[in-house]
Design a protein around this ligand. Structure first.
Ligand code: 6PG
Length: 471
């Protein structure tokens, strides 16, 4: 093989294929690799070159060594395969074929800890390893994703111009592609992104269900209402697709009524929630969203229990006009929790991830792009705490009455609203100077002599309660 190309892309799933097309459209020469699995995955890379005109000059491989030898030095290789075993397997085979100075990028949704380990292992071999969060789904991959990059900085300098060329452009024309820090920083930010994404999706699902309890509302009228929201500060990509989904019918039946109500998840948000818990950074909205998916997937249990417990529902009309404010303010809390997590991670991992940069990265190309995200790009330059931003304070204060009435409405109509309610609980907990934490401290001390700090003693002094004499 004489002809050598600039980029090698491994994994011709939907994301890998589309990102390859994107690279080729931007003038990069590419080699494509997909594994050979008899009867299941045969000639996949070759078929991509035949099916997509952008890829007609791409080289196609099923043998990894031939693929590697078709790349110019330093080799630039992008892995677009599912994290976990599949990735482990290919890395095992691929790494011995690489040389010092090559750049290897994991563009899947890997756990940031695994990325950290791989980065330091490959650092010893002087192979530059980058963990890259890619957001935007299949359309983003094709037309411009949001790229969140972490790992070896020298490696990033080799590929950054090429990666920028395939990324989305923000409203100022700057590419949504940035280096965020060493090791797993890129994948960490993608993990938080997914947590915010889950809560954004769940909030919309709750709004939809609240509306559907009203006899006066139907798919068409909810779509109409969301179309108005789309033109306001509530605008987001997820709101737009939700509104559009409601317009689809199948044999005269709304299409979503034909979809089994069991929501799936691939695990990245479980990692995000666990990480927030380890950092002590509340992320109750993403947790509520994930738990809502879990309960939804327990379909047969739900069906059984629904026969044993018949909870009386009220007959009220959805206070439609109040929903929008509650939606907006719950989103603010969701974004606030996500960015607070990044703040804690910066401290813990000695990263210096800039909030305005992250908001800018997410403002285009990504699944959570929105007007709010664009506003945050500016606001983070003045303040790093969303609920303390002057721009939103009045909105949060004004929403309180509606928030309470929507929660009451949900209670009366037996509508689960875990995310909206989590947002409210977080908000009221965070805006009260006293908490019930003193009782928890007393309980801990009572049964476990864990000790507590008295309010009349110096910080760090541990005291015990009078019960210690009894126990
Ligand atoms: C994106 C998405 C995507 C994400 C899926 C998986 O930004 O394009 O975040 O990368 O991994 O949405 O989510 P599930 O866990 O719902 O499958």
């Amino acid at each position: 093989m004489n002809r050598k190309v600039s980029w090698g892309i491994i994994g011709m799933g939907v994301m890998g294929t589309n990102i390859s097309r994107n690279f080729a459209s931007q003038g990069h020469t590419v080699a494509l690799y997909n594994r050979f699995v008899k009867g299941k995955e045969e000639n996949i890379a070759l078929k991509c070159t035949q099916e997509y005109s952008e890829l007609k000059n791409a080289l196609a491989f099923e043998e990894l060594d031939l693929f590697v030898s078709a790349l110019k030095f330093p080799r630039k290789i992008l892995l677009m395969i599912p994290s976990g075993l599949a990735l482990e397997k290919i890395l095992e085979e691929l790494i011995p074929m690489l040389s010092q100075g090559d750049v290897l990028i994991d563009g899947g949704n890997s756990h940031y800890n695994d990325t950290e380990k791989r980065a330091s292992l490959l650092n010893e071999k002087k192979i530059h390893f980058l963990g890259m969060g890619v957001s935007g789904g299949k359309i983003g991959a094709l037309n411009g994703p949001s790229l969140m990059i972490g790992g070896n900085l020298d490696g990033y300098k080799i590929v950054n111009r090429d990666l920028e060329s395939i990324a989305a452009k923000d409203i100022y024309g700057t590419r949504c592609c940035s280096y965020l820090g060493l090791g797993g920083a890129g994948h960490y930010i993608k993990m938080v992104h997914n947590g915010i994404e889950y809560a954004e999706m769940q909030l919309l699902a709750e709004i939809f269900e609240l509306c559907m309890t009203s006899p006066a509302l139907n798919f068409a009228s909810i779509h109409k209402e969301l179309s108005v929201w789309k033109k306001s500060f509530s605008q987001s990509y997820l709101l737009e697709i939700t509104s559009e989904i409601l317009t689809y019918n199948d044999d005269g039946i709304p299409f979503i009524n034909k979809i089994l109500d069991k929501a799936s998840s691939k695990g990245t948000v479980a990692w995000a929630i666990a990480n927030g818990a380890l950092l002590g950074s509340p992320n109750s909205l993403m947790a509520s969203a994930l738990h809502a998916r879990f309960t939804s997937s327990l379909k047969s249990k739900r069906e059984k229990l629904s026969k044993s417990y018949k909870i009386q529902k009220g007959k009220y009309e959805t206070p439609l006009k109040k929903l929008k404010k509650v939606y907006d303010v719950s989103r603010l809390i969701n974004h606030h929790q996500g960015f607070e997590m990044i703040k804690s991670a910066n401290d813990k991992f000695s990263w210096e991830i800039n909030f305005a940069t992250v908001a800018r990265l997410w403002s285009e190309g990504s699944i959570i792009k929105s007007q709010l995200m664009n506003a945050l790009v500016k606001e983070f330059q003045k303040n790093d705490s969303i609920i303390e931003m002057e721009k939103f304070k009045k909105e949060i204060i004004d929403a309180q009455e509606d928030w309470i009435s929507i929660i009451k409405y949900a209670l009366d109509n037996v509508v689960p609203i875990p995310c909206i309610y989590s947002a409210w609980n977080y908000f009221i907990s965070m805006t009260q100077s006293t908490s019930n934490g003193n009782l928890i401290q007393a309980q801990r001390d009572f049964f476990g002599a864990h000790g507590f700090q008295r309010i009349d003693q110096k910080k760090g002094t541990l005291s015990h309660g009078p019960w210690s004499k009894k126990n």
